[in-house]
Design a protein around this ligand. Sequence first.
Ligand SMILES: Nc1ncnc2c1ncn2[C@@H]1O[C@H](COP(=O)(O)OP(=O)(O)O)[C@@H](O)[C@H]1O
Ligand SMILES: [Mg+2]
Length: 368
Amino acid sequence: MTGKIRLAVIFGGRSGEHEVSLMSARSLLAVLDADRYAITQIGVTPAGKWLHGDDVIGRFEKHDYTTLSPVALLPEPLNGALFAVKNGQMERLPDIDVVFPLIHGTFGEDGTLQGLLELADLAYVGGGVLASAVGMDKSLCKDVLRAHQIPVVDSLLLNRSSIRTDINASIEQIEADFAYPVFVKPVNLGSSVGITRCSNRSDLMKGLLEAARFDRRILVERAINARELEVSVLGNENPIASVPGEIQPQEDFYTYSAKYLTNQSRLIIPADLDEDTSRLVSDTAVSAFRAIDGAGLARVDFLLDRQTGEVFVSEINTIPGFTAISMYPKLWQASGISYTELINRLVELALERKHDRDITVRTYGRDG
Ligand SMILES: Nc1ncnc2c1ncn2[C@@H]1O[C@H](COP(=O)(O)OP(=O)(O)O)[C@@H](O)[C@H]1O
Ligand SMILES: [Mg+2]
């Protein structure tokens, strides 16, 4: 590629993590090298509108979209064409080479946005449709990891309809399999939204109803008295792992408020672990990334049982928090890769993956 890489950063989005996405995007945009990249900012409003214009991130932070205008990406291979939409007319904007989707959670990290980018035949940073969807689904992700002999915490999957029809039967089913405490969580959410730690039957009843507000499928897990470890993974075919870090939430568990509001959780980098455990955790992170066919980046989170020393993968985040002080970049920094270098590598990995798609034959047995 000659000249600048034309990079579109997409942020915001319809998920509960809209504001987190803005923080990630603000950090990324602040360091992008203007000699290397021609940058287009695309903001997605909480209502799902795609907008572009001047200082999109600044406008989004103020929740003021009045100066911005609609932008569209069509689900066809058009060499990176974006379109401004004015009075119902489409006007072609400068093409883009790579998209950096920085939308966390629903409609950003779950494969839906990735599906659109695939249809548009664009290079994009991070996991594909499958890895994104599996990473987002706490239940299927665990099934895939189990199939790869990667340890995960025992769990039970319930449907909202069965909970709402006969919650006592659901509780009986849970109590037959687990002793308290248990964790109850919506399968497809992040940021600890809808998650409850339940110490008794009355907690469990509330926890099930709460989780059922947020998803059709509810996961119940044995609660572990655990240290929480996280590892950053980077790469496509030959992914590498960072040193592990540890989160010490200063609350009951790593809740939404501990994550974003009170700002009191401690990040310890690298985590204080013996060499064998540290290697095991990093190696397991790479295995988990491969198991879901990860690409580009992911942060793999672990629970380390304080009693038994066992290590479980708890979840895989395919678009982890990406501010300069988020765990994902900080773990790389501690492993010798700066924030800027990390971004450059992610863009290269996106282009490499696009090339892999381009050399894949799809027209076997068909003319032209
Ligand atoms: N089985 C479990 N045992 C102990 N703590 C748990 C368990 N599951 C979740 N937690 C706690 O809840 C937090 C959020 O759960 P997690 O599955 O990571 O969901 P999210 O995608 O919302 O981050 C974890 O960081 C941890 O503090
Ligand atoms: Mg988590």
